[in-house]
Write a protein that binds this ligand. Structure first.
Ligand SMILES: CC(C)(COP(=O)(O)OP(=O)(O)OC[C@H]1O[C@@H](n2cnc3c(N)ncnc32)[C@H](O)[C@@H]1OP(=O)(O)O)[C@@H](O)C(=O)NCCC(=O)NCCS
Length: 205
């Protein structure tokens, strides 16, 4: 299902009027640790590649749905140029003393007909289970709602208990698509109002 996330030139991606944007914003985790999220830029290519290399092998496999040690040049370029209508890639940094290492990334692409918005995300292993995935998934949902998408959709490796747990907690259904037995689909109907979703003013179109 995550065809839009995979293809860079699919005519179905992105309605022409849907330029996804995000103002950089600060987050604070329940543990008190804080950080910042902003849109990715072309000059983040080395940073993103280092982040991917430093993910555990299982996190990389779960995020990119296959075995890889780093991003191929075309994929790296695609992910750092997600600025066409209907697409947005974000990176998150955590404050660690005087440093701000990159600790997470998200990507979302909305279909040209606005029917659904495809998502994927990852959190650096040492930063997992602190609530950051939850914060980022809220963001993805707020942005998709702001653009009028009907559903939020992602492909998840069937054995990825962390993402299935995160999705379940966030109100997604988990389904088994027929075309690939290794994957499940997570899907959330955005026509159903979500109480207390912390959508701030960082999103606009
Ligand atoms: C999936 C992922 C993004 C979750 O991020 P995270 O920051 O750890 O998530 P959170 O801390 O917000 O966890 C929220 C909930 O998800 C579930 N969850 C998270 N990690 C889990 C795990 N290892 N096992 C079971 N449930 C888990 C729990 O319900 C958790 O709530 P709780 O901590 O109150 O029990 C992270 O594990 C990750 O980056 N994995 C590798 C890449 C990946 O799988 N991406 C998904 C591709 S779409």
């Amino acid at each position: 299902m995550n065809d839009l996330l995979r293809k860079s030139t699919d005519p179905a991606r992105g309605r022409t009027d849907d330029k996804l944007r995000l103002r950089p914003y600060v987050f604070r985790l329940p543990s008190g640790e804080a950080g910042m999220v902003r849109a990715i830029r072309p000059r983040d290519a080395d940073r993103l590649q280092a982040y991917v290399r430093n993910l555990s092998a299982s996190a990389r496999r779960n995020r990119f749905l296959g075995s890889l040690s780093e991003l191929a040049p075309t994929e790296l370029s695609r992910l750092t140029h997600m600025d066409r209508p209907g697409e947005l890639a974000l990176i998150a940094f955590a404050r660690v003393g005087s440093e701000m290492p990159m600790v997470a990334e998200t990507v979302q692409v909305i279909a040209s007909n606005g029917q659904h918005c495809e998502i994927a995300l990852s959190v650096m292993d040492a930063w997992q289970r602190k609530g950051l995935g939850t914060v980022l998934l809220w963001n993805l949902e707020c942005q998709a709602r702001a653009l009028g998408a009907s559903h939020l959709i992602g492909e998840v490796v069937r054995t990825n208990e962390a993402m299935k747990g995160l999705a379940h907690k966030a109100g997604f259904e988990i389904r088994s698509p027929f075309r690939d037995a290794r994957l499940v689909e997570i899907i959330k109907d955005l026509s159903i109002a979500q109480a207390q979703l912390p959508c701030g003013d960082q999103y606009w179109r």
